[in-house]
Design a protein around this ligand. Sequence first.
Ligand SMILES: Cc1cc2nc3c(=O)[nH]c(=O)nc-3n(C[C@H](O)[C@H](O)[C@H](O)COP(=O)(O)O)c2cc1C
Length: 381
Amino acid sequence: MSLGATPFPAHALQTAMSELFSPITLREVTLRNRVAVSPMCEYSRTDGFANDWHVVHLGSRAVGGAGLVLTEAIAVTAEGRISPQDLGIWNDAHIEQLARIARFCGERGAAFGTQLAHAGRKASTKPPWEGSGAVETGGWTPVSSTTEPFDPTYPVPSALDEAGIAAIVGAFAEAARRTRDAGGSVIEIHSAHGYLLHQFLSPLVNRRNDRWGGSFENRTRLVREVVRAVRAVWPERLPLFVRISATDYVAGGWDLDSSVALAGALSDDGADLIDVSSGGAVPVPPGTIPSGPLYQTPFAERIRRETGIATGAVGMIAEPLDAEAIVADGRADLVFLARELLRDPYWPLFAARTLGAEAPWPPQYQRAIGPRATMHVPAHV
Ligand SMILES: Cc1cc2nc3c(=O)[nH]c(=O)nc-3n(C[C@H](O)[C@H](O)[C@H](O)COP(=O)(O)O)c2cc1C
């Protein structure tokens, strides 16, 4: 239930102990607070290299006080990009620009991490502001668990064979090594939203009858192999997250019981936190997904309670008191914000004030600490 924008009682401001703004240590990495910048594709590059946009976009959120700044879905192979404009990490040459962002975030007190991703059959598509579906020029044939496209406007994929699957597991491990070399301190593996790893998990997409399809054990084999391969090169002292879609919202699809079972298995494989999102495996009619404030938080809560693994809640979290309650009530360990941090990269600084916690204002901005001035809007606007 959303707590809405109830004002925090003034008398509590001096005494409140915020759970949202308390640090958390995962393995040997301490995040200064529980606010994570949820991965957000920026569609701002043509060859995978981070550029000034990414430095400013991610750096602003570190200045804004987030505890963890994650990149967008960063492709572990060139054909694993959602769009030709995505970030990539398939080449050692990509490391230098990522290191620049990691350094800046670290200097601002935020941990930096990558969201390692392969889009599978959702690759080779247009940036959203150009429409949807396959790119018209310069595209490629994606790979997947299947030869069925996501929908008729998407590219037709080829089904991966044993060698192709092994190469992708290796590409995730190489990308983890590059994240380490760039100075990243968190990796999140993207196994949600209908991208490649989810294309193996979901029975709606994966209809294979080899050792990668059919049973729960077979469908979960790829993400588990990826986690183990990444863990083998990712230093013991650094945490590993996995983003999953808790449910496909379709009968016969991937569901919350499967997610609970998978979370337990991933914990055994060396994952430290499950970032719990939902949907994306197959197109669903409008209204199927019951969106609203905190709509995915119950999934994170159940996984946390039933497996004991740390979770991240994400999805329409915008009110400081809601975010505080998610952590204080033990529903999740981290709160991931996406669109609210696009609206206001300084959200953590103001949320801390609302909660009576110490806000991580950079010294350069300290003369601005104080109540927000009422914005003057000229009459003609
Ligand atoms: C512009 C934009 C880009 C996104 N790109 C990614 C992405 O690269 N990887 C991912 O896992 N989720 C991505 N998402 C989903 C968000 O991380 C988040 O799960 C979702 O927006 C719900 O959170 P919110 O209600 O706080 O926006 C994106 C969302 C937005 C708005």
